[in-house]
Design a protein around this ligand. Structure first.
Ligand code: SAM
Ligand code: SF4
Ligand code: F3S
Length: 445
């Protein structure tokens, strides 16, 4: 009988992609994916190290798993992801319940490690071996069967922002060969994908050389454009420094690249950006915004903000507020600075929690109120929705607009994978609600 594997995934889309690739890999050695975490033979925690007590969260999760399996055989416990990479030996020493620690650039070894597993013999795999990893996974079909699929094209980061663990947990920048990416895209599309989100910690730094020619993200987008069955192309997460003119031009040239840009800025103050080692200024950021808006005025933006970075004064914070008021971002992420072990900013003097929380509240109420009013403005209008799935036990469907807003609506059977016009009748901060409009109704309206 097949052994069962359960993966609990934290963190970013890249972890989600990795978890699915781990499922694809372990199938070859007789493991079958299960959604029942109480009855697994192998329990994987795919962890994230980006903020707060990441390590403690993992130990807390292990405590929970221990309770679940108190009266049963213990599953093989695997800690994967960015905490595994950062903490490796430490974790094995502190928690004997852990069997395997495996870093994100060592997933090509997962089958070997599981095959050779011996109870009570802990194992660690945390080398940065990105090329071997992708060469290995290139040979294993991506079994994704989602309408909206993820495809990692680039890994790692060479930018070393002073607050960020990613260069330490994912290693140096690496871009996959263009041909391999297109092959994987082809498989995903054949398996039903209508939308592909290209992923990378610095996705727009994508750069692959073949026969002395450089292929960039803009080339990849134009190649993907050629797949007739593919309807939408997205990419995340990008850095302002790599937002080059050829990529900006894609918003004119491509018919499938969505008019939505997630472009993290972190702060509106040049002084703070410098302290963060972001390597871009607010003027640079605004010039990208202006260029994109000029090319296509309907492009919407979202961003990431770090609030109360050490040294942030009221004046610096007000610059961030000004930027938020100017650009009117949708769907942004904002968090209080969290010191991460091993980073340049880890030992800097923190801003008082009360002040940090007040600033976070202020920025979030501005961001959220714009998000709500933007959604409200969509009421009584028709939006194009890519239908991802039918909602369980309800006669409703779930999909997203081009700008990623979630839409829940009444529809008809068998519309998954189609882009349908939906009349928005209601909304809240995060969702739009409505009903599908048939072509005949639109004409009649
Ligand atoms: N590469 C992207 C970029 O340069 O903008 C960001 C990738 S990072 C995985 C995602 C987000 O996590 C960042 O944009 C940042 O806002 C947030 N983040 C990273 N380190 C953080 C920290 N120490 N404290 C709070 N937020 C953090
Ligand atoms: Fe982290 Fe992004 Fe900076 Fe790289 S560019 S260090 S991933 S925030
Ligand atoms: Fe977290 Fe690692 Fe992604 S730290 S955000 S899982 S790259």
């Amino acid at each position: 009988m097949a052994k069962k594997i359960f993966i609990k995934t934290f963190g970013c889309q890249m972890n989600e992609y990795d978890s699915n690739r781990i499922y694809d890999s372990v199938k070859k050695i007789g493991f079958k994916k299960t959604d029942d975490q109480k009855n697994a033979d192998c329990f994987v925690l795919n962890t994230c190290h980006i903020r707060d007590k990441a390590k403690e969260k993992v130990y807390h999760e292990i405590g929970r798993v221990k309770k679940i399996y108190k009266q049963k055989n213990k599953p093989i416990i695997v800690i994967a992801g960015c905490v595994a990479q950062a903490e490796n030996q430490e974790m094995l020493k502190r928690e004997p319940y852990i069997d395997i620690v495996i870093g994100p650039q060592s997933y090509h070894k997962i089958n070997e490690v599981l095959k050779k597993f011996i109870p009570n013999e802990q194992k660690e795999e945390t080398e940065f071996d990105t090329i071997s990893k992708f060469e290995y996974f290139d040979k294993i079909e991506n079994k994704g069967n989602k309408i909206s699929a993820f495809l990692t094209i680039q890994e790692g980061c060479d930018k070393f922002c002073s607050f960020c663990v990613v260069p330490f947990t994912r290693g140096p920048e690496y871009s996959r060969p263009l041909g391999k990416i297109l092959c994987e895209a082809d498989t995903l599309i054949k398996n039903g994908a209508k939308e592909i989100t290209l992923l990378g910690q610095n996705v727009n730094a994508y750069s692959y050389f073949e026969n002395s020619k450089e292929y960039k993200l803009s080339d990849l987008i134009m190649e993907l454009e050629k797949f007739t069955e593919l309807k939408r192309i997205r990419y995340t997460t990008s850095h302002p420094l790599d937002m080059t003119d050829d990529l900006i031009e894609c918003y004119k040239k491509s018919k499938k690249l969505v008019p939505f840009v997630h472009l993290p800025v972190q702060s509106g103050s040049n002084k703070i950006l410098k302290l963060m080692n972001r390597k871009h200024t607010i003027e640079k950021y605004l010039s990208i915004y202006e260029k994109l808006k000029k090319i296509n005025p309907i492009i919407e933006f979202s961003s990431d903000f770090i609030i109360a970075y050490p040294g942030e004064t009221e004046e610096d914070f007000n610059y961030t507020m000004q930027l938020v008021k100017k650009i009117k971002f949708i769907n942004s992420y904002s968090f209080i600075f969290s010191p991460r072990p091993g980073t340049v900013a880890s030992n800097l003097k923190l801003i008082e929690t009360k002040v940090a929380k007040k600033r976070l509240n202020l920025i979030q109420s501005e961001l959220f109120s714009y998000q709500s009013s933007k959604n409200k403005m969509t009421e009584n209008k028709i939006v194009n929705v890519l239908v991802e799935n039918k909602i369980k036990n309800q006669n409703k469907f779930f999909g997203r607009t081009e700008c990623m807003t979630a839409v829940i609506f009444d529809g008809e059977e068998n519309i998954e994978g189609q882009i349908v016009p939906v009349l928005i009748t209601n909304s809240n901060q995060n969702n739009l609600f409505g009903e599908i409009k048939l072509k005949k109704d639109i004409k009649a309206a």
